[in-house]
Design a binder for this molecule. Structure first.
Ligand code: AHM
Ligand code: MG
Length: 350
């Protein structure tokens, strides 16, 4: 076995994080936090992988009385399991001051019996859960913020920081492979779970999203509900080679944001969940704090862009924990192009 600095051993997540700490990119307690979240993701991956054999499929709640979260969405059993796994794993380590989840009405401070840390953790425990029962990829998304008031019980208002304040963000896709994608503000890195060893191994250092793309991801069934700039933008993509864009575009839509974003991380593309007549009153479909912002941080760190169509995502000033926003993210040129349609429409020149 080689112990030289250039040894070709696979780099585990643990080693990667220790090296990030030595490089001054993260504090030791942030390293611990990320390790704990990754460990929780391994447990969720095991639960997801058991499927029907684990009795984990289907709706939460009693038969005929589905349990509903703060978003008014029916919860799946695995939504609840994944939330419990993340809550339990993060309660006692001393690294967090509080946590907030898509599945919980309000944020929760760390219980009094445990030491308080300096960070706030936000997560969507199982994104794309409508796909669980049909064996399509789902995932966990998370975001880490500094706790602005040290030593006291953080409340929802303490979480209302723009995406630019994030110290770390990541997602874990539970698909054919379990893949963790992470940023601490120094590039975006991919780790694949070695199921035999039980450890995440670095398989993509500093990945880059291609600037150009000919692939888009959007729920086309909402087309008639979209606003004019989105109608115009997608209309021009669909027009293909003979249209104003002068090239053919392909469409891919998994309906699991983590899976759609992971494809874009891997080979480029644009993901859009715009405002439509159905979600306009709520401000959008996807949630800013634990879906859009962590994805925006990861995408920007990989050289891509993320906006609301009208504003850089990470500069949106949040007003509520479960706030929703329109989302455009992925290959930089294409996200900028979608923004141009919005600007020209708003200026009356589109
Ligand atoms: P969820 O967090 O309740 O699972 O909802 C988020 C999901 C995203 O993963 C996906 O992009 C979108 O909702 C799909 O919504 P729809 O199929 O309603 O268009
Ligand atoms: Mg979600």
């Amino acid at each position: 076995m080689s112990l030289t600095p250039n040894d070709p051993q696979p780099c585990s997540l643990t080693r990667f994080l220790i090296e990030e700490q030595r490089a001054g990119h993260i504090e030791p307690d942030l390293r611990l936090l990320i390790e704990v979240v990754a460990r929780a993701c391994k447990r969720i991956s095991i639960a997801v992988g058991k499927g029907a054999l684990g009795g984990v499929l289907g709706d939460a709640g009693r038969p005929g009385e589905a349990s509903v979260n703060i978003q008014g969405e029916a919860q799946k059993k695995l939504d609840v399991i994944a939330n419990d796994v993340l809550m339990e794993a993060n309660a006692w380590g001393g690294h967090l001051a509080g946590l907030a989840s898509e599945e919980m009405d309000h944020s929760q401070p760390i219980p009094d019996e445990f030491p308080r840390g300096r960070y706030l953790l936000l997560f969507d425990p199982l994104d794309g859960s409508s796909n669980i029962d049909v064996n399509v990829s789902v995932g966990t998304i998370f975001s880490v913020l500094p706790c602005p008031r040290q030593g006291c019980d953080p409340v929802d208002a303490d979480y209302l920081q723009p995406g630019t304040a994030q110290l770390a963000a990541g997602y874990c896709v539970y698909g054919p492979q379990t893949t963790l994608v992470l940023t601490v503000g120094h590039g975006t890195h991919v780790f694949t779970l070695d199921r035999e060893v039980g450890s995440f191994v670095l398989t993509g250092r500093d990945i880059r999203i291609p600037q150009q793309t000919a692939e888009f991801a959007v729920n086309m069934s909402n087309q008639r509900h979209w606003q004019p700039p989105m109608q115009a933008y997608i209309g021009d993509l669909l027009a293909g080679k003979t249209g104003p864009r002068g090239k053919d575009f392909n469409m891919r839509w998994v309906a699991s944001m983590v899976a759609d974003v992971h494809r874009i991380m891997t080979r480029g593309g644009i993901f859009a969940y715009p405002l439509d007549a159905k979600c306009e009153a709520k401000g959008g479909k996807l949630r800013l704090m634990y879906e859009a912002n962590p994805m925006a941080f990861l995408v920007e760190q990989a050289g891509g862009a993320a906006t609301t169509g009208r504003q850089r995502m990470m500069e949106v000033a949040p007003a509520a924990l479960h706030q929703r926003v329109p989302v455009f993210l992925g290959s930089r040129t294409e996200v900028e192009e979608a923004g141009r349609y919005h600007r020209e429409h708003d200026a009356g020149t589109g």
